[in-house]
Ligand binder design. Structure first.
Ligand code: COA
Length: 328
């Protein structure tokens, strides 16, 4: 049995921080950020939480799909920035939506998270365990960033995206995923089990910063890893499923840096038009980036029935992976 995405939704906070706002905080410029990352602005939570955004994205996806909350039997929320530990974000979403029949859990795999959550739901559906799943990526990364570190604070943003998956009679595609914990030091963040980082006293902030309680990144190492491994894993997933690269209509990559997407497209032989981007508007929203992009494209009418889509994620862990899906 295969699976089909039958609805998408997203929630983007209305509060915007553009590059000039960031240049007021750290030694950088709009020109540098645009040129080196492609980011022009990002939307940040201002009252919203990871759970509230996940709930709204999920509600919109169900509405689009014409699926009632009671019909959902699996909810997975992918996040590294939840405002709750107990109960998990997925149970909070279940409660918010009234999805009383769903089994709910969270998944933590940073920027590869949505691909892994999609694969997990697809495996449950294909195995006949469940028949309708709601898969959500939701992040409020602005609470995890050191706003005095220009190497990271320029990149990230907040938001949520969701997809409704149902069983389908078409071809079943197998995903390809990898992890390399030996390279974990490239992107790290210790847990501190609360979210109001910016509100802490200066003494507390001092202590947390020194001990790695804000996101720390070796940007060059992550960049080099991504431009090498993402084209490789896309070729692997195509080969594994005997699908030609020219049969793919869209390559939806995790939105980490415009130069990474450009480089992957070039290494795969393009064309760049098949590699859509919205990083200029949202920055890197980690596990929310792929479902936000998917929802934008869907609502613009760019995704046509029968089109083949590759989704590819990569990030902390290090982890990376790609999956193929047929559209609606
Ligand atoms: N503004 C202005 N100058 C900056 C800067 C900023 N925000 N950040 C770094 N610089 C400076 C550096 O100090 C350095 O100066 P120097 O040459 O005088 O030493 C110069 O710019 C180049 O720094 P470098 O770190 O080599 O920049 P880069 O081209 O690698 O770009 C990143 C930095 C972070 C944008 C880039 O490495 C990147 O995007 N990496 C991938 C990150 C990512 O995707 N992470 C998430 C994965 S899911």
């Amino acid at each position: 049995m295969a699976v089909n995405i039958c609805g998408t939704g997203s929630y983007i906070p209305s509060h915007i921080m553009d590059n000039n706002d960031i240049a007021a905080l750290v030694d950088t410029s709009d020109e540098w950020i645009r040129e080196r990352t492609g980011v022009e602005r990002r939307h940040l939570v201002n009252g919203e939480t990871t759970v509230s955004m996940a709930c709204e994205a999920g509600r919109r996806a169900l509405q689009y799909a014409g699926v009632s909350p009671e019909e959902v039997d699996l909810i997975i929320v992918s996040t590294i920035s939840s405002n709750v530990i107990l109960p998990c974000a997925a149970c909070e979403v279940q409660n918010g939506l009234g999805a009383v029949n769903a089994t709910c859990f969270d998944l933590s795999a940073a920027c590869t998270g949505f691909v892994l959550a999609y694969n997990t739901a697809a495996a449950y559906l294909a195995g006949g365990v469940y028949s309708t799943a709601l898969v959500i990526g939701s992040e409020s990364l602005s609470n995890l960033i050191d706003w005095r570190d220009r190497g990271t604070c320029i990149l990230f943003g907040d938001g949520a995206g969701a997809a409704v998956l149902r069983t389908d009679s078409r071809k079943m595609y197998l995903p390809v995923t990898h992890s390399d914990g030996g390279k974990g030091s490239a992107l790290t963040l210790k847990s501190r089990h609360d979210r109001n980082v910016l509100d802490r006293s200066p003494q507390d902030r001092e202590r947390y910063e020194g001990d790695g309680y804000f996101m720390q990144m070796d940007g060059k190492a992550v960049f080099q890893f991504a431009v090498k491994k993402v084209p490789e894993v896309i070729r692997e997933v195509l080969e594994k499923n005997s699908v030609g690269q020219d049969e793919i209509d869209w390559f939806l990559l995790h939105q980490a840096n415009k130069r990474i997407v450009d480089s992957v497209a070039k290494r795969l032989g393009g064309p760049i038009e098949k590699f859509p981007m919205d990083i200029q508007e949202y920055g890197n929203t980690s596990s929310a980036s792929i479902p936000i992009l998917l929802d934008e494209m869907n609502r613009k009418g760019l995704l046509k029935k029968g089109q083949k889509i590759v989704i590819a994620g990569f990030g902390a862990g290090l982890t990376w992976g790609a999956s193929i899906c047929d559209w609606m």
